[in-house]
Design a protein around this ligand. Sequence first.
Ligand code: COA
Length: 255
Amino acid sequence: MTENVLVTRDAGVMEITFNRPEKKNALTRAMYAEVVDALRSADADPAVRVAILTGSGDIFTSGNDIKDFQIRAVAGNDSPASPFLTALSTMQTPLIGAVNGAAIGVGTTMLAHCDLIVASRSARFVMPFTSLGLVPEAGSSLLFPRLLGNQRASALLLLGEPLTAETALEWGFVNQVVEPEALMDTARGFARRMAVLPPQAVRQTKQLIRHGAPDVTARIAEELVLFRERLSSPEAGEAFAAFVEKRKPDFSRFE
Ligand code: COA
């Protein structure tokens, strides 16, 4: 276990915290594996009634570690996000997202699998896949149009337009927006209410809401195939290099 993912349990509530603040909680291969273990252990332990996902410091997560993307582009390693997305999208325990700042890339797409979302006023949701030469993942190309309509989903996924906490509330993407200092109390309040409900009724209701949709699993798989191809594309190569070199990318040479 690294210290980059913190997992605590208290009175039926598991809290999973991305904790790599010096890198804006960017998710490494090891971190994905630790979150998968936590999600699976929540499902395996009847004492865990609900889980909360959050980030430490001023950000939820800046998404996948871009240096890891560069390594995968060359090495062709398996996607560390793939088992994470499987665990997340098939999880039986209710999951609450507590978004304390920016949620970027998979930071936002993972939230589409949360059952309740509380956002701090400073939260913003950004999916800059196209500007990284990538395509959406986590079923977001299906879930966002379904949730928000094609036009709004296109602004988010094609343009990478940021969504503020207030607009996310207005569009029904989050349940509540609170001041940053009230975030965890509010999320824990939802969790405590969930934790005292009859657990089977809760899990079955989540199952009915979430898992009647085999098309989500199929879309996650379809996206991952394209995503893997895109990772080693020259467009993505330019985007990753620009990020690491702290310069603007130049896509003008691509057809
Ligand atoms: N992968 C790898 N490193 C990351 C990262 C990521 N996704 N996000 C941030 N970092 C690193 C930065 O490289 C920097 O490292 P350094 O101190 O060694 O230079 C450190 O975290 C702090 O980030 P910085 O960019 O200086 O902070 P900021 O407050 O100016 O900006 C963000 C924060 C999150 C807006 C910005 O870092 C960002 O846009 N990150 C990339 C997000 C992204 O595109 N994710 C992939 C989505 S698919």
